[in-house]
Design a protein around this ligand. Sequence first.
Ligand code: ADP
Length: 255
Amino acid sequence: AEEALRKTEKLAAAGRLAASIAHEINNPLEAVTNLLYLLQTHPELDSTAREYVSTAQAELARVSEITQQTLRFYRQSTFPVQTQVAEVLDSVLALHQLRLGSARITVERELDPTVALFGFSGELRQLFANLIGNAIDAMVGGGRLIVRARYGTGRSLRGTWCEGVRVTVSDTGTGMSEETRRRLFEPFYTTKDATGTGLGLWVSDEIIRKHSGTARVKSRQGEISGTTFAIFFPKDGLNGVRSLSNDAAKEAANA
Ligand code: ADP
């Protein structure tokens, strides 16, 4: 447990570092974005140069997306609260309603409305949004999205069985290759060249760990394909983190 806590502390430190780097990068990034815009609209620019500039703009937009995503994530971290899991999942699904409809995806919900989890609700929302977003991305030609939340038993980080909350997100999408299956939690690993950042599952993994949770991924390709992410949160999972978040709160108050 002590090692798990040390790891959480390390992750928190890495998070603060990432956030401050993202913050520092943001201002010069804005400046360069504005300068490129001026250049783009400069009357003396020939068409080749204009093309170079617009490529640079597109790449810069990607950098900007990555820093924004990092900042958004680390800003939310305040203190853990009792979180209604079904409510959070419903609101994430509502947010995606348009995309679900236009992609011809049917949604099946098996959500126990009494399921509650003591955790960082903003981050839990982000975790579920990442899983659901990925599931939708994987079902371009339509399919079924199944979202479940219930109480149950599962394995804790230490490998012992305990009571807790299980959340499952399943899709009938493309499934993953062996390589993707192995690398999906790595930062910047993405198979969506233009649209992906490869940060979604890396961040998700960190959120799961922060709640002492565990993730199991099942995926298959072929005639019947699809992916299931099963997340288990042990009931007393945040005990170690609570003191950490108090430290973080103190730090924020002193800042
Ligand atoms: P991004 O979505 O920006 O690519 P993620 O870290 O969220 O980054 O995901 C990494 C990769 O894992 C994706 O590019 C995709 O190849 C794979 N992946 C994640 N979820 C699914 C899923 N439900 N079905 C198929 N592939 C998935």
